[in-house]
Design a protein around this ligand. Structure first.
Ligand code: ZN
Length: 304
């Protein structure tokens, strides 16, 4: 067994984003029973795939690797054009504590393929160690339910609040007061601090800076192809940095009661922490008309 080698790998790897690193550490420590992590492979770090799979084999960790897929990043923002370029490939790894879990996972995939979402979610919830109260609430939150119980602002506020209160978690929580969630968040944080203190520090650090952001698309919940909120009291926009920070054009989810047109440029103060950013808008600078934002590949997004 060389768990320490996995912790070291998690700390120094270039191909794992920070949230992927956290999941890998929690899984290795036996705190998260199973998980899913995404490894990006860039031309400079071709060896990481080989090293990672070797570590999994040495530790007798059953896993399933996805097909290799390409991913893009924003490389330039010129006038009204947001340019995405091919950066490398990524592989998703489903990691299991034992062969039984791997079987349960394959059962989950079959249920999902057969559109038996309720059964699938129950199996998945158990696999990833989510509290039962949260799994049940998540199952209830279909578009009809959301439409009845939340305004647009309330709905996204709930998600933003949960991310800020429980930054180490990866599931939809049932309520801000969920005791099982609070306990899990403490356990996850202390585990990461114990085994990978550098990673923990990096994750809790706040990076404050001023920048200009461009308002892009707005989040929505659809029912039969139509929005459930024809009237809105708030908006969750995807915003993009107009100039790079740490050489990157970050994308953030920005929740506001104001309405902005797509392409609006805002001057903002940004506090980036954990895997979100708190954004305070100072003023509107202008608007980019006919914003061109061609993403050829979908964003990589799957939690667990
Ligand atoms: Zn709960």
């Amino acid at each position: 067994m060389s768990k320490d080698a996995i912790y070291t790998f998690a700390e120094i790897s270039k191909g794992f984003d920070i949230t992927e690193k956290l999941k890998l550490v929690l899984f290795t420590a036996g705190i998260k029973p199973n998980t899913y992590v995404i490894l990006k492979i860039n031309p400079e770090d071709l060896g990481e795939k080989y090293r990672f799979e070797q570590l999994l084999k040495e530790n007798k960790i059953p896993f399933i690797a996805s097909r290799q897929k390409g991913y893009e990043e924003i490389t330039k923002v010129i006038k009204n054009e947001i340019r995405w370029e091919f950066k490398g490939i990524w592989i998703g790894y489903d990691l299991f504590k034992d062969e039984k879990s791997k079987k349960d996972f394959l059962r989950y995939k079959r249920l999902f393929a057969k559109k038996q979402f309720k059964k699938a979610a129950l199996v998945a919830g158990k696999l990833y160690g989510y509290p039962t109260c949260c799994i049940n609430k998540d199952l209830k939150e279909i578009p009809e339910y959301i439409k009845k119980h939340y305004t647009s602002y309330e709905y996204y506020k709930k998600i933003h609040d949960a991310e800020r209160k429980y930054p180490f978690l990866f599931h939809q929580i049932c309520s801000k007061e969920c005791k099982a969630t609070a306990k899990l968040n403490r356990l996850y944080s202390s585990t990461i601090k114990k085994f990978t203190p550098k990673l923990w520090k990096q994750y809790i650090k706040t990076d404050s800076f001023k920048s200009e952001i461009i308002v892009d698309k707005e989040s929505d919940v659809l029912l039969k192809g139509k929005t459930i909120w024809p009237e809105r009291d708030g908006h969750e926009y995807e915003v993009i940095l107009r100039h790079p920070h740490n050489k990157k054009y970050y994308l953030y989810a920005y929740l506001t009661k104001h309405t902005y047109k797509r392409g609006t440029i805002l001057k903002a103060e940004i506090k980036q922490k954990h895997n979100y950013a708190d954004i305070t808008v100072k003023k509107t600078i202008g608007i980019l008309s006919h914003i061109m934002h061609e993403r050829k590949m979908p964003l990589i997004s799957r939690k667990y």
